[in-house]
Design a protein around this ligand. Structure first.
Ligand code: HSE
Length: 291
């Protein structure tokens, strides 16, 4: 039996739309066994009531994409999923399913794909690389499509950096959150993000948490998505007031995330309470980066 643990991820990190992501210490487990024939899927934990147990299951489909690509016929499969990552909340649940399926299938097929090939395949299935890259490699990963391939650079998370996440009790599909984005943005907004993402990556590389303050603002996706997350601006403001160094929408939302090195419990509580005051039931937790 193959067992793979895949971390939750938070994509974008504010100004790094579609190119920055961080792995978090919250994991889904994929167990995969090769059978002579047939398919059996068990799901436990987050999403157990709703996740497909047939050939439309995302873990199964990712595994079959890999088997087809490398020309391996597994016969049948038994898949057991033990999930801790909330579904469709902006914490990389679909990236973890895709990545878990690919890694497990690659081991069963004899490790025919390299890490880079796994990333390329995962990004093709997901549609963008910023969740699947940290799900595969851990830590913080910068990605970009360069000359037809996904280039990536991994950064060790700065020591002391932690995240407070406030997870609303409603789902938001990435497809819907991408539909509200404009086809074009202004030069001013592009430059606003460029400077901040450059400073943010520099801060993360240097482990300089002081430099994080203010550089997680964004003008490329968050302003358009704010209407999909009631209370978003107030929750982010409450997190800042409680001492967060940087705050943003996690991935495509609706989870909001705040980064700090102290007072994390206080920040998490302030975010949850502000969501509640705005009529949005939410849970909050403190998570460390996953190396
Ligand atoms: N970069 C993606 C987005 C992450 O913001 O749409 C969501 O999966």
């Amino acid at each position: 039996m193959v067992r793979v643990q895949v971390p939750a991820t938070t994509a974008n990190l504010g100004p790094g739309f579609d190119c920055l992501g961080l792995a978090l210490k919250l994991y889904n487990t994929v167990e995969m066994v090769r059978l002579h024939a047939g398919l059996s899927i068990e799901v436990h934990g987050e999403g157990a009531q709703e996740i497909a147990r047939d050939q439309t299951n995302v873990v199964y489909r990712a595994a079959m994409r890999l088997f087809n690509q490398v020309g391996f016929a597994p016969g049948g499969l038994r898949i057991r999923l033990i999930n801790n990552i909330p579904v469709a909340r902006g914490l990389g649940s679909s990236a973890s399913a895709i990545t878990g399926g690919l890694i497990a299938a690659n081991i069963i097929a004899g490790g025919r794909l390299t890490q880079k090939e796994l990333l390329t395949l995962a990004a093709a299935i997901e549609g963008h690389p910023d969740n699947v890259a940290p799900a595969l490699f851990g830590g913080i990963v910068v990605t970009s499509a360069v000359e037809g391939e996904v280039r990536y650079a991994r950064i060790d998370p700065p020591s002391g950096l932690k995240a407070a996440v406030a997870i609303p009790e409603f789902k938001l599909s990435t497809r819907m959150a991408r539909e509200v984005l404009p086809q074009q943005v202004s030069m001013q907004d592009a430059v606003f993000n460029l400077g901040r993402v450059a400073l943010l990556v520099t801060a993360l590389c240097r482990g300089d948490l002081g430099l994080l303050t203010g550089v997680m603002e964004d003008r490329l996706h968050q302003p358009y998505r704010a209407s999909l997350v009631p209370g978003m601006k107030k929750v982010l403001a409450a997190a800042r007031l409680a001492g967060a160094r940087g705050v943003c929408l996690s991935g495509a939302g609706p989870t909001l995330i705040a980064f700090a090195d102290t007072n994390l419990e206080l920040i998490a509580r302030a975010m949850k309470d502000t969501f509640t005051q705005n009529g949005v039931p939410a849970r909050a937790m403190v998570l460390e980066p996953s190396p």
